[in-house]
Design a protein around this ligand. Structure first.
Ligand code: SAH
Length: 404
């Protein structure tokens, strides 16, 4: 039984129905409870005003303190409107989520599409899937924390509900690009997706959800088998195995060719593309030769490439390339036929940009300091269990729900 079985927020409707039945209440109460937890995103169970007190008391009594609601520990706002939310979990760990308004400062250079106008109300929430991360990518601040534990599905979805309350509206897009490697916590993430898409809950469309991976091939295959599957993003970050091995130890387990084969096989519904993220590191992966190799590597995959100028954090040897270099790299990729966007750093003045999430104190000390690193090989070999069925079905987006 997974650890999250004792987390009420992590339960499917069918599982909730079993709890409700065990408490001697009729099954229809499960729908009410699910709607409170996931449609309204309540924190305190006694807010469930249409649920009989006895049932509330039974559920409260069962609640495991470890899965207490996330406590907002810190809220920081960047000059560009990006907000970083730091939460403390029931067992005293720290995780971060980032609210990014109007995210598309990225211009589809030369495409002539007024994307900014089309998507003006976009509000993207970047969620964490783990406390820390086991993957040890050389250029990423989260990697310096090491791995502590997986987040429960409830802890993942609660980031969404809490962020919606803080923002005063529901995020339009969700990206699993916060702390952690989603495929390493595949079961937790798959279930969080189910909960988020449920029509009684937040009713997110899978088209509005993107799961980003370091390149875990079995995880990509499983994600592709989900019905419905969300969008896939892959952090590629290099064009040769030699460089990628050094930057991302996971590459020794699933090298570029194997990874891109999995991307090629990922099922894409009409008009969908696989996003490739490419962190630009001066003198490491930003050469003309890289820009010339990338379109050849990605041939045959409907793609969008996001160039992420490296965001600094203390104690690393890397540097962000010059603006000129970034522009030249982008243009070379475009000449090679790729759709390429530059991800302008968002919220970097509060360490909320890509790769900067590390739950750090202002003096630079790390709040989450437990280090329990695995070797990337062991991470790769870890058996990722299969997804459990959910009752109640998963429907398409029903539009905004009353989460605020
Ligand atoms: N583990 C998953 C989810 C995290 S997404 C993954 O790797 O895809 C975070 C993204 O930020 C990844 O694309 C990663 O390559 C990128 N990144 C990490 N550190 C960065 C940094 N310091 N500057 C810019 N991007 C960074």
């Amino acid at each position: 039984m997974p650890a999250f079985a004792s987390d009420l927020r992590s339960l499917t409707v069918a599982e909730l129905a079993a709890r409700v039945a065990a408490a001697g209440a009729p099954k229809f109460r499960a729908e009410q409870v699910f709607r409170w937890l996931h449609g309204r995103g309540i924190e305190a169970l006694d807010a469930m005003s249409n649920v009989p007190g006895e049932l509330v008391a039974a559920l409260v009594a069962e609640r495991d303190a470890r899965w207490a609601p996330l406590a907002l520990d810190k809220l920081q706002e960047a000059a560009d409107g990006t907000r970083k939310l730091r939460f403390r979990t029931g067992d005293g760990r720290f995780i971060e989520s980032v609210l990014i308004p109007d995210e598309n400062r990225v211009e589809p250079l030369g495409a002539g599409v007024a994307a900014g106008r089309l998507l003006r109300d976009k509000l993207t929430l970047c969620v964490s899937s783990q406390v820390g991360c086991a993957l040890d990518c050389a250029f990423c601040a989260t990697a310096t924390l090491g791995f502590t534990r997986h987040l429960s599905p409830g802890e993942i979805v609660e980031q969404v509900y809490r962020a919606a309350k803080i923002a005063g509206r529901r995020p339009t897009n969700l990206v699993f690009m916060g702390m952690g490697e989603p495929m390493h916590n595949f079961d937790g993430v798959a279930r969080a997706l189910e909960l988020l898409q449920h029509p009684w809950g937040a009713a997110f469309s899978p088209r509005r959800i993107t799961v980003s991976t370091v390149g875990n091939v079995p995880g990509i295959e499983k994600l592709g088998r989900l019905q419905p599957a969300p969008n896939l993003a892959i952090s590629l970050n290099a064009t040769t195995d030699e460089v990628r091995d050094r930057l991302m130890p996971v590459n020794r387990r699933w090298p570029i060719a194997v990874l891109l084969d999995a991307a090629r096989r990922f099922p894409l519904s009409h008009g969908r593309r696989v996003t490739f993220e490419y962190v630009l590191l001066a003198g490491v992966n930003d050469a003309d030769a890289d820009a010339d190799r990338l379109p050849r590597l990605l041939r045959g995959i409907p793609t969008k490439v996001n160039l992420i100028p490296w965001n600094p954090f203390p104690g690393t040897p890397f540097q962000r390339p010059s603006a000129d270099r970034i522009r030249t790299f982008q243009e070379r990729l475009r000449a090679g036929g790729l759709a390429v966007y530059i991800r302008t750093p968002r919220g970097d003045d509060i360490d909320a940009a890509c790769g900067q999430l590390a739950a750090r104190e202002p003096d630079g000390s790390i709040v989450v300091s437990l280090r329990a690193k695995r070797s990337p090989d062991r991470v790769g070999e870890r058996e990722l269990g299969s997804r459990e069925p959910i009752a109640g079905g998963v429907g398409p987006s029903q539009g905004p729900t009353s989460m605020t």
